[in-house]
Design a protein around this ligand. Structure first.
Ligand SMILES: C[S@@+](CC[C@H](N)C(=O)[O-])C[C@H]1O[C@@H](n2cnc3c(N)ncnc32)[C@H](O)[C@@H]1O
Length: 374
């Protein structure tokens, strides 16, 4: 693995580490006033006090029980937190009194229509030169990082210094939301990371590296659906998802996103990256929809997924495009295959699995859109 790939992997971390990254990124001064909206049970504010014991740490939350838990933890830790019951859309604080506002996994709780009011309130209470540091989920397609960025800009908040993806998962056990097989999980890992890169995300926090239950590895319970979200098995042997992670790191670490590709077939999607090896194009087709395996009752508590080499995508879509002398196709687990163009054209077979292609010719298609030369 290249050092750059290693960098990508080591930037990924669990939620506790994400909290630390948030606090570190906020560069809290020794006497700063820090407000966390949606402070919950105080996990972030306790880290703030460890990083800057002289800081004034204020936590606001709508949930009294969470604040009571935060107060208990503060007593146990011997630190002082100011904890206020209230709504982030109406901050009970004067203008320009806060050096840092932290928002960790709270904005996704706030309905779209209230987001501008919350961001406006954050802007109001920040001192000149103060900053907001936020960590959150992106629930595509409604809450894409680029939409969140636009909302931040509208509220007069600074451009984000670093955009991070709050949590990513590699679920490999059917549950009530996801029904991913080992193969789908690997494909989704590659696609998640490619989409994140396209959105300007520079840091991805993985929910858990190996199967366990977040925060409770000592009582990890395979009957808990959340146990099965790791990139690796519990004995640290790799799942296909880990290979997909390495594939994404190899392709994307030194890549620059150039644009989304559009096609006459509305179910075909593409991302264009420039890389030291030339343009790398990620292509996939959604003719079979977004959710798989949603039918059928899965009563077996243990893992009924087909073997990883069984191709689950029924619909194959063909796309003929202009190509250079050689086209290389990389699948999600990093298997490379050479395709041979004939008379400068190549026919690609697409399905729900994202694949990376080198040797294709992305072109501008007018009004800011891009496509592949046909
Ligand atoms: C997932 S918890 C995150 C807690 C903490 N920030 C962390 O990262 O561990 C989200 C918290 O946001 C709070 N919350 C949701 N909507 C809120 C609002 N409008 N104003 C303030 N807090 C809110 C919830 O009560 C909950 O405690």
């Amino acid at each position: 693995m290249s050092p750059r790939s290693y960098d990508w992997l080591s930037r990924a971390a669990g939620v506790g580490d994400a909290h630390w990254q948030l606090v570190a990124q906020a560069a809290i001064g020794p006497r700063a006033t820090v407000l966390e909206i949606g402070a919950g049970t105080g996990n972030v504010l306790l880290k703030v006090k460890r990083a800057a014991p002289g800081a004034v740490a204020i936590g606001l939350d709508t949930n009294a029980a969470s604040l009571a838990a935060a107060a208990r933890k503060a007593v146990e830790a011997g630190v002082e937190l100011r904890l206020d019951l209230g709504d982030a859309a109406h901050l009970p604080y004067p203008d320009a009194g806060v050096d840092r506002v932290l928002a960790s996994f709270v904005l996704h709780h706030i309905p779209d229509e209230q987001q501008p009011a919350v961001l406006h309130e954050i802007r109001r209470v920040l001192k000149p030169g103060g900053s907001l540091h936020l960590l959150d989920f992106t629930a595509a397609p409604t809450r894409r990082p680029r939409d969140q960025r636009a909302l931040l800009a509208q509220a007069g908040l600074l451009d984000p210094v670093q955009l991070g993806e709050g949590e990513a998962y590699a679920p490999t056990k059917p549950n009530s939301w996801w029904h991913d097989t080992y193969r789908h999980a690997a494909e989704n890992v590659l696609l998640t990371l490619a989409l994140a890169k396209a959105e300007g995300v520079t840091c991805v926090c993985w929910y858990q590296f190996h199967d366990s239950v977040l925060g409770m590895p000592q009582i990890a319970d395979p009957d808990n659906v959340e146990y099965h979200y790791g990139l690796m098995n519990r004995d640290l042997s790799p799942k296909p998802s880990l290979l997909a992670y390495a594939t994404a790191a190899r392709v994307l670490d030194r890549a620059t996103f150039r644009g989304h590709l559009t096609f006459s077939d509305p179910e075909t999607f593409g991302l264009w990256f420039d890389t030291p090896e030339g343009p790398a194009v990620v292509l996939w087709n959604r003719a079979d929809g977004y959710l798989l395996n949603t039918s059928g009752e899965r009563t077996d508590g243990h893992f009924p997924a087909p073997e990883v080499w069984v191709d689950p995508w029924p619909t194959k879509t063909h796309l003929t495009v202009t190509a250079g002398d050689a086209v290389r196709r990389l699948d999600s687990i990093g298997r490379s295959r050479q395709l041979t163009p004939a008379q400068g054209r190549v026919t690609l077979t697409l399905d729900g699995s994202p694949r990376v292609f080198y040797g294709l010719t992305p072109v501008a298609a007018g009004s800011g859109t891009h496509t592949l030369a046909g």
